[in-house]
Design a protein around this ligand. Sequence first.
Ligand SMILES: [Zn+2]
Length: 156
Amino acid sequence: MQTYVYSLRGGAKVTHVGNLHGTACGFVFFSSFRVTENAPPNRPICTRCVGKAHTAAIRTARREGRIVDSPERIAERRARIAATRAARDAARQAQLDALIVAALKEGLTNTAIARRARMSMRTTVRRIATAQRRAGARSRFEWGHTVGLAEGRAGA
Ligand SMILES: [Zn+2]
């Protein structure tokens, strides 16, 4: 059953969708509030609550099979999720690579790099190797040389 929550404070303007435990939008009441089954007619319902409740209702309907997406829609959704994930991963990788390059330039040991990047030793060693390979270097020294040359060119 859908219930509504509203503040008893004088200046309060909206009714939230929710119950004793919280509102759909995550609003926290610092003053006393009331839970009702019928939204008070003189207060509009919080738009963020409406949005969240709507999203939740769609999710439930989809899970219960009351909304069935076309294969095209499903493929679209999957592609969008995959693209978002790929972009986020790429950004994280780039950030880690930059951190590793900076650390290597400072002459940090693998142990120190692992600590700074908050990664396990195994992950650190693997990432350094991957970054080296990506730069076409066979050793740490060769990689440093390559990076140095590239920066020299960029600075010139
Ligand atoms: Zn709300």
